[in-house]
Design a protein around this ligand. Structure first.
Ligand code: HEM
Length: 282
């Protein structure tokens, strides 16, 4: 047995580590932990509400990080900087993995447990998350109706309007591929970027050139990185459907949708559709 005192036992009142801070700690000034930790205000005494609220807030933070990385990647593609774009996409892939893992605390709510606090939050629903719409817009899934629904909140609406009018991450990927010599059709490159992205056979043909070529080509690695991200986003959506089915069965949603059936239809919307289509083609 080691009889050396532990590092913690070594701490004395005059240890550098235990000197009092002047005001908030440098940690708190940087992380804003006391602000963050003041934001959990359950509306009921239900034992499961805190976990639901914290999980939702944690997911909002992952949405923020993922949006940040996808914007960085999009802007790097616009500058033909594949290295910087790849770095941002790799970071985002890990963030999306963390997002998917974040379902765990709410994944097994019973209808009774969920009902313990459901009425208290009224019409609130993740459907109203503006940051989730930023993510969808970056994936190319633009919607004027979903933009309009935020118009009562001017600063949120303005930020989302900018995202709505800008090219998506995928738009910039396709323009980049074209500049690298791939046959991305002009109507796709010049498309109205406020319209939802629709799968295009010419883009399948462009990815086919990549996927039928050398298997260690950097553009194939890019295709696989984007497919990783698409797959993880689909997992988030399908896990959401399972969580919802478990917590409330076929009841209607708090925002007013039909609930599970509506979410199942939404979950099936493709992410980077041609990267899936090309697999049946090479
Ligand atoms: C017990 C847990 C949950 C249930 C029962 C649930 C239920 C639902 C339902 C029924 C909808 C459809 C819209 C509506 O009518 O309300 C929805 C949408 C949505 N929820 Fe959840 N949800 C849960 C947890 C979460 C969490 C933790 C988040 C994280 C922020 C979240 C994010 C979303 C988003 C982003 C949508 C919109 C999806 C889309 O537009 O395709 N949900 N949820």
């Amino acid at each position: 047995m080691n009889d050396r005192p532990s590092a913690l036992a070594d701490l004395s009142p005059d240890d550098q580590l235990t000197q009092p801070f002047h005001g908030a700690s440098p940690y708190d000034e940087y992380v804003r932990a006391s602000v963050l930790n003041s934001l959990q205000q359950p509306l009921t005494e239900a034992a499961d509400e805190m976990g639901f609220l914290v999980t939702t807030q944690v997911m909002e933070l992952w949405f923020t990080l993922i949006t940040h990385e996808w914007r960085a990647a999009r802007d790097a593609f616009a500058k033909d900087d594949l290295d910087a774009a790849t770095d941002a996409l790799v970071r985002s892939r890990r963030a999306v993995e963390a997002l998917v893992a974040s379902w765990t605390p709410v994944a097994a709510l019973t209808p009774h447990q969920f009902d313990g606090f459901r009425a208290a939050f009224g019409r609130a629903s993740g459907f109203q998350s503006a940051m989730y719409r930023h993510m969808e817009f970056l994936l190319g899934d633009k919607s004027p109706a979903l933009l309009r629904s935020h118009q009562g909140d001017p600063s949120v609406h303005e930020a989302l309007r900018v995202a709505y009018q800008e090219p998506s991450l995928y738009d910039e990927v396709l323009r980049f591929l074209h500049r690298r010599g791939l046959p991305v059709p002009e109507p796709v490159r010049e498309r109205d970027v406020t319209a939802p992205y629709e799968s295009d056979p010419g883009v399948v043909a462009a990815w086919r050139v990549v996927y039928a070529g050398p298997q260690h080509h950097p553009l194939l690695a890019l295709g696989e990185l984007l497919t990783d991200i698409a797959e993880r986003m689909l997992r988030w959506r399908f896990d959401h459907v399972l969580v919802v089915r478990r917590a409330m069965g076929t009841k209607t949603g708090s925002a007013g949708s039909s609930g599970v059936a509506w979410l199942e239809a939404r979950a099936k919307r493709p992410v980077f559709p041609e990267l899936w289509a090309v697999r049946g083609d090479v």
